[in-house]
Design a protein around this ligand. Structure first.
Ligand SMILES: [Zn+2]
Length: 131
């Protein structure tokens, strides 16, 4: 399950950061998920809840925002968003290479240049009371 291994990676990363800052709890995690990662936000949150069990990240609020997919055209050097209504291609099923048509010159020699990653944008932690 793609979401689960991703969630485990997120938990590992955020708990590392929290430990470095001597945090006692992680309150909120903001994730940016690329359109092409094929990750389902709801499933990711569900997987996160399981993966974070017994860690500092347990109970943290997870906020997910989507990053739009970006392509680069090899023919005309267009770089930017994919054409939304281009054909009825289900890009979550088809092979990930060369499936997007360039919106400018309609070449299919395009490369995905963004939206393939997931990253942690922000983490809010709770620090122990200083006494
Ligand atoms: Zn082009």
């Amino acid at each position: 399950m793609h979401e689960f291994s991703t969630a485990v990676g997120v938990v590992d990363t955020v708990t590392d950061v929290a430990k470095k800052h001597h945090a006692i709890k992680i309150n909120k995690i903001e994730l940016v998920v690329g359109e092409f990662t094929m990750l389902n936000a709801e499933q990711l949150i569900f997987a996160f809840e399981i993966a974070s069990e017994g860690t500092l990240a347990h109970g943290a609020e997870v906020v997910i925002s989507e990053q739009k997919g970006q392509i680069e055209c090899q023919e005309c050097k267009y770089s930017g968003d994919i054409e939304k209504q281009s054909k009825d291609v289900d890009h979550f099923v088809v092979d990930m290479t060369n499936i997007f048509e360039c919106p400018k010159c309609h070449s299919s020699k395009t490369k995905i240049s963004g939206g393939r990653d997931i990253y942690i944008n922000n983490i809010q932690v709770e620090l122990p009371d200083e006494k």
